[in-house]
Structure formats: C-alpha cells, structure tokens
Design a protein around this ligand. Structure first.
Ligand code: URA
Ligand code: URA
Length: 256
C-alpha cells in the first residue's frame, strides 16, 4: 500500500531522513514531485531547516552532507518494483556520521518500515542490550541494513534486490569510514564478504572489507528464536565473543 497523498509522502521522506541523522538538505536536492501536486503548506521538521553551528565536537559537515545526499537518493530509489510499491518509507541508517563502529543488518521489518529507523522492533531491543553490554551507545555507533526497503512479509531479501541496493551500502560505508564493521547475520555477512558460507562458519574471525576489519555474528532475531532452546547459551556466548573481537579492533577494553 503506497501512500498517494503527497503530504504523507513528503512527511515520510523527511521523517526517514531525520531518522537517518540528516540535519539539513542540500540546496540542489532533486525533488521528484511536480509543483502542481505540492500541498500548500508542508511543515518540515525544524531540524532540516538549518545547518548546526560547528563546534569542536561536530563531525566534519562533508560526511553528513554526503550522507544526506545519499539518503535522499535512496528515498527516491525505485529499482526494485515490489519493494518500492510496498514500502512505507526507506530506512537509510541511524547514528554517528563519523563512527568507529558500523553494524550492518539484513533489511527493515515492519516496525522499521513504519518508523524509518533500523532495529527498532523486537530484534532491535535485543540489539540495544548487546550495545549496552558492550559499553557502547546507539548514538556513537552507526546502524544500517543491506536493504533499505522492507521485503513484504519480512521475507528474505532476493539476490537482485541486494545487488540493486549494494551501491548505496558500499557508498554509505565509504562515507562513514568506520574502523570496524559488525555484520549481524548471514545476509549481511554473505553480501559484504561475497560468499555463501553459513554464519556459524563465518563468525569468530576477522575479515577485510575494502580495508576495513569486519566481524560476523548471529542476527539478533536468530538469538531470539533460540531463546528457551538448548542452543541459547552457546549462541549468546559466541555472539559475545564476536562483540569482544569487534571491540578489540577499536582498542576498547571489554566489559566483564
Ligand atoms: N532486522 C534487520 O536485519 N534489520 C532491522 O533493521 C530490523 C530487523
Ligand atoms: N541465518 C542468518 O541469516 N543469521 C543467523 O544469525 C543465523 C542464521
């Protein structure tokens, strides 16, 4: 179900940009809506109206600006007809535009599609506990997915959808320039490593993605499905080992 009301479309677009950490729009940003269909008044979020005054803790504006342009491109993407016609909005990514650590998941689910932010549903709640236990915050890292649109009924991403979305992900990671990447689950791992190996085999080791150290671990949804089964303890221990391996890459001391 695609919203046809231009106001709703614009609001979703702006909400997803705000969720992606965008604080202003470049003046030349292309707008794919004809002027005669524009509503008379569009209340843009205040955050999009001005650039923040630079302070010593403000990240270089260029990375933010380039991410804003990219998020805007993603929001108007129609390369995957099924995803384009069923999404509420694109889910670009969220967090620090100059992070040391980037988490890459699979694709938005229903909650993410509604809110425009990755990992805000049940899997996100477990991910938040992992982030907290690792001594990190969602604000200091960056979180995104292989796919920027929700696959209908949360089905697995198709190979052609991953291929279509890949230039966005590659550019996003290039702009973020992290010191380490954590792949959450097999889809992220297989896409970034270019293989079809199972996550159980891939986890626990260091890889290289375009010069950036990369660690793979289980998807939080997989850990949730294991809860109450005999595998739960083992899988959670292994996930914690992977998180510690990731933290080591950025010189973080690992909480007990
Ligand atoms: N699962 C994912 O892989 N990503 C999300 O954003 C939410 C759930
Ligand atoms: N399959 C995945 O994609 N991820 C897991 O963590 C486990 C199985």
């Amino acid at each position: 179900m695609q919203p046809t009301d231009p106001r709703t479309q614009i609001k979703h677009r702006l909400d997803s940009l705000v969720a992606a950490g965008v604080e202003f729009l470049p003046a030349s940003s292309p707008v794919a809506i004809r002027s005669e269909t524009l509503p008379e008044t569009i209340p843009p979020p205040a955050a999009l109206l001005h650039e923040p005054a630079p302070t010593s803790s403000t990240p270089p504006v260029d990375s933010r600006k380039s991410l804003a342009l990219l998020a805007n491109d993603v929001a108007s993407c129609n390369k995957c007809p099924e995803l384009f016609s069923t999404r509420t909005q694109t889910v670009f990514g969220v967090g620090n535009p100059t992070p040391e650590i980037v988490f890459v998941g699979e694709a938005p689910g229903g909650d993410e599609d509604r809110q425009g932010e990755p990992f805000v549903g049940k899997a996100g709640q477990l991910l938040n506990r992992i982030i907290e236990k690792a001594g990190l915050t969602r604000d200091e890292i960056y979180i995104c997915n292989v796919l920027k649109c929700r696959p209908p009924n949360n089905r697995k991403p198709h190979a052609d959808e991953c291929r279509n979305c890949r230039p966005f992900l590659d550019r996003q990671i290039e702009l973020l320039a992290p010191k380490v990447i954590l792949c959450l689950g097999g889809v992220a791992a297989n896409n970034l490593l270019g293989n079809t190996t199972g996550i159980t085999k891939l986890r626990g080791q260091l890889y290289d993605y375009n010069g950036v150290p990369l660690v793979c671990t289980y998807h939080p949804s997989y850990l949730l499905r294991a809860e109450g089964t005999p595998d739960e303890r083992k899988l959670k221990f292994e996930c914690w080992d992977d998180v510690k391996l990731m933290l080591k890459q950025v010189g973080r001391t690992v909480p007990g």
